[in-house]
Ligand binder design. Structure first.
Ligand code: NOJ
Ligand code: CA
Length: 629
């Protein structure tokens, strides 16, 4: 189907891009899909949108939508078969942010030997796979997400020998290790970029996105960077500009160049040859950019907070690149892949992960991390009732040809417990509630370091305490826009990525047992009360609960492969069953701080694990229980 101004909404919803873009735009506006799913709205033609929206969107917006819907014509294909079993579907993954995990030599920076020292802890917890955020050589403009040399280890983190020892230690314990793969961009200090700048005739010149100024002066287009300002750097001596979607030192690669693609595959195979077990692929859906790098639509820019995204969040060659990469690399090894795909919704994710298409095993979609109409830096209380709606959609409609990822935290987001309810009285029950959800749904759970302790957000009292480039740039942008220092800091405290990057809380010793030196970022003041050492000794701790729920999942394939059946309940409750070959679990959750009426039925079941000691007549605040039927 070819889309145009004449297309009707109901037809547009049949296109994966159409469905997900409309869902995303509605969500940004705080509205639900129900708005477009009714027959009257379904019959509206795209060309009527400018009038109906009273000028909020114009004709160019409508044309842009139509061209986006046409850009990727594939649609998810039906699949009636069973779920194919795989080790990575049964695995529990644990994300390590190496800089903040464990320092072994007193320089205040976490390192590879520190991780090796803590492998027994991870084994005790029950995790199967470790994912390391980037450990490659890097000038650290974005803590390693700016890679200078893909085949070398960052000096502060150790040596290649240290890495080999870590990998052996992981394998010796029956665990696996996956690496972060950052191939949308490199550091501007990477040999390819330096060569490209020095020698305009070098083949490396076309590894990046160099463009002349638009009118002899201004950047080639109006795209903005995720880390504030224009997405273009000017190189006056070359009279050229180069694209960077992230920091000024993270230069976007040109995936339309076959030589660049081969160089990347060669590097991937070099690591796979070393025996690692897979990759998490950084912003992998951004690699293909629209031909000609056209200006971004201002309306979309305002809605999304960044201009230009529509031209690369799901580019025209994305699927082709992923299939080629899979064929040349991953398909040759027994490894897992998970793509980080901001902005990708359920229908696009189906295409990216359909096992018959051979692209990626799983993706991280982010729709569930904020409530509708909210963005990360907004100050609000996260409402779990909205989480239920999104998770149910994926559980019920993702299908058996694709496999899901399950996560609430990572190094780019504040701690989930704090977002839901910062009252310390509820910290443990909420942390356990989230674990119940994460380990009883269909998909592979990813735990972020410290999540298993119920770690909470920091309280930054000055910008000097922050280290993240995104927070620092945003702070200065806010000041420029007229905010006071206090106002700017309040916003930064709402959404800073540094909340997740304070040191892992190992013990009540100075600096949380993270380092014997001066830590690169100040530990969260909560560490005397919230730390691994004390939680390991406490049978009621969040850590103990994680151990139990992970073990339960490992012992029960029904929790991995079982069918998901939602129980009809009021919005405040989230109740479902997981069923496989006669084994059945019932999960009952109160999503609110208020007591709720318990479903009478549950009393006939056997409780296996709960965040409260024993069931009462009413469900208590945030009560979450797993029953065996
Ligand atoms: C996503 C990573 O998770 C984030 O930490 C990083 O800043 C950007 N990609 C750029 O690599
Ligand atoms: Ca160190």
């Amino acid at each position: 189907m070819v889309y145009s101004r004449e297309s009707r909404i109901k037809d547009v919803l049949k296109s994966p891009v159409g469905h997900d873009v409309i869902a995303k735009l509605l969500m940004q506006a705080g509205k639900s899909m129900a708005l477009v799913e009714n027959p009257i709205v379904g019959n509206i033609k795209l060309k009527s949108l400018p009038k109906l929206s009273r000028g909020l969107v114009d004709d160019s917006f409508v044309d842009l939508l139509a061209s986006l819907f046409n850009s990727v014509p594939d649609t998810p294909q039906p699949y009636d078969g069973p779920i194919q079993r795989a080790w990575w579907k049964e695995a529990v993954v644990y994300q390590i942010y190496p800089r903040s995990f464990q320092d072994s030599n007193g320089d205040g920076i976490g390192d590879l030997n520190g991780i090796t020292q803590r492998l027994d802890y991870l084994k005790e917890l029950g995790v199967d796979v470790l994912w390391l955020s980037p450990i490659y050589d890097s000038p650290n403009d974005d803590n390693g997400y700016d890679i200078r040399d893909y085949k070398a280890i960052m000096k502060e983190f150790g040596t290649m020998e240290d890495f080999n020892r870590l990998l052996d230690g992981v394998h010796a314990r029956g665990m696996k290790l996956i690496m972060d793969l950052v191939i949308n961009h490199t550091s501007d200090e990477h040999a390819w970029f330096k060569e490209a700048l020095q020698n305009p005739d070098s083949p490396c010149r076309d590894y990046y996105l160099f463009r002349p100024a638009k009118d002899g002066k201004t950047p080639p287009n109006n795209w903005t960077s995720f880390f504030s300002g224009s997405a273009w750097n000017h190189y006056p001596e070359q009279s050229f500009w180069a694209l960077h979607l992230f920091s000024k030192k993270q230069m976007d690669l040109n995936w339309d160049n076959p030589a660049l693609r081969s160089s990347v595959y060669e590097m991937i195979n070099w690591w796979l040859q070393k025996g690692i077990d897979g990759f998490r692929l950084d912003v992998i859906n951004y690699i293909s950019k629209a031909e000609g790098l056209p200006d971004g639509n201002e309306t979309v820019g305002k809605l999304m907070g960044f201009t230009g995204v529509e031209h690369y969040f799901y580019g025209p060659n994305l699927h082709r690149c992923l299939q080629e990469m899979h064929e040349n690399t991953f398909s040759r090894y027994d490894v897992m892949t998970v793509g980080e795909t901001p902005g990708v919704g359920i229908e696009m994710a189906k295409l990216l992960t359909d096992e018959r298409r051979k692209e990626l095993d799983m993706v991280f979609s982010f729709d569930h991390l904020e409530n509708p109409g909210k963005a990360r830096f907004d100050l609000y209380r996260y409402d779990l009732r909205c989480l239920k709606e999104i998770l149910c959609d994926w559980q019920q409609h993702y299908g058996n040809a694709s496999w899901n990822s399950l996560f609430f935290e990572n190094h780019d987001n504040p701690r989930m417990v704090s977002k839901i309810n910062p009252d310390p009285a509820f910290r443990e029950v909420i942390a356990k509630l989230l674990a119940v959800i994460q380990f009883t749904l269909k998909g592979t759970p990813f735990v972020f370091q410290g999540q298993e302790l119920g770690m909470v957000n920091a309280s930054f009292s000055s910008i000097d305490e922050l280290r993240d480039i995104e927070s620092i740039n945003l702070y200065h942008e806010l000041l420029q826009k007229g905010k006071s220092e206090a106002e700017a800091l309040t916003i930064i405290n709402g959404g800073s990525r540094d909340h997740a990057r304070t040191p892992m809380q190992w013990s009540g010793e100075p600096n949380a047992g993270f380092t014997a030196g001066e830590p690169w970022i100040r530990p969260n003041a909560s560490y005397p009360a919230i730390n691994a050492e004390s939680e390991q000794q406490d049978a009621q701790s969040v850590f103990a609960f994680y151990k139990q729920v992970i073990a339960l999942r490992h012992q029960n394939p029904a929790l991995v492969y079982g069918e998901f059946a939602l129980e009809p309940t009021p919005r405040e409750l989230f109740c479902y069953r997981r069923v496989l070959d006669g084994a059945e679990f019932y999960i009952e959750i109160n999503l609110t701080e208020q007591p709720q009426k318990r479903k009478a039925k549950a009393s006939a079941y056997t409780p296996v694990l709960s965040n409260y000691t024993k069931p009462l007549e009413m469900l208590r605040p945030y009560e979450a229980t797993i029953y065996r039927i």
